[in-house]
Write a protein that binds this ligand. Sequence first.
Ligand SMILES: *Cc1c(COP(=O)(O)O)cnc(C)c1O
Length: 373
Amino acid sequence: MQFTDRLLQELTSLRSVGSFRQLPIVPEGVVNLSGNDYLGLLEDEALREAFYAQLKPRASLLSAASSRLLTGNTPEAIELEETLAAAYGTEAALVLGSGYHANTGILPALIGPKSLILSDRLNHASLIDGIRATGVDFYRFRHNDLAHARNYLERYAKDYDEVFVVTESVFSMDGDCTDLKALVQLKRDFPNVVLYLDEAHGVGVFGDKGLGLATAQGVHQEIDILVGTFGKALCSTGAFVVCSQAIRDTLVNKMRPFIFTTALPPINLAWTKFVVNALPTMQARRAHLQTMAAQLAEAIRAKTGACVSTSQIVPYVIGSNEDAIQEAKRFQTAGFYVLPIRPPTVPKGTARLRFSLSAALSSDAFNRLLDVL
Ligand SMILES: *Cc1c(COP(=O)(O)O)cnc(C)c1O
């Protein structure tokens, strides 16, 4: 079969099961409940103006034009890393091109000849790609079941030099949160455990300084590799890891998606630092977000009998792809931009709507949303 014919055949079979993906164009004038702008910073003109007003000419450059290891190690990158390490109270921080770069590159750089990886079954695709790229032994524990992870440790920890336990703080599709106290207990009980926590949906949203769920639960100092992203609540782009100096130095020497890519533009790093410094002042936004999230989860529980969310991401599990598409259309017609999430992004038979709340949502609009539901 010819190449193009094969592609067309594969696309036809995707269509036939309702899994054909297209790039959606967000209609104007709708309430966006599908983005990750949790703090509502995207359209905050006053914040943007305040940023431009203090911007130094040096930091206004639109490109770094080189890797960090060549000439791209700009003062803005260094200052942002100092800001992050100081905020988290860690020895070091490293800024990376994106969360996808972070998660595909960190584990391959850190694994040794006798490493084991334990991974939550619902970890983000970028983590799965990073784990696969290591080529080392790994097991997937049942979603958010740290007792299951503990079983694996009891059986296998002694056979390895170190065991990486990899999970997320706030899960992107179910909006449920990891019990981080139980997570760090694993490390206390098994000294060769190394904890890797992805806070892509926690940073900005949790903690009284907006630094994530690990700081909210007071355990961030015990997380060895804490990854956060800038493209979601922080309304910027890029990612970071806060860690020990030894881990940072190893990443700088061995992490391919750090070494072989152009550094982020100075203007972007300056904006990220500006937002990070402003996070402690955004407590009211976080409170508004959490109040809405709790109400929406309760309404979905009342309607469907189940909703595991304890965060700003609230799933409404429907089941079949076609029903999810129809229900999404109903919300869209009512002015709420909600998208159906289908397999393979979520497990088969759990197609859903995923409400991704934002502090920019007014109480009026939120109450209308509850009515439509
Ligand atoms: C979005 C996301 C990423 C990827 O981050 P980007 O900066 O968008 O590449 C990584 N992990 C999780 C859990 C995410 O939700």
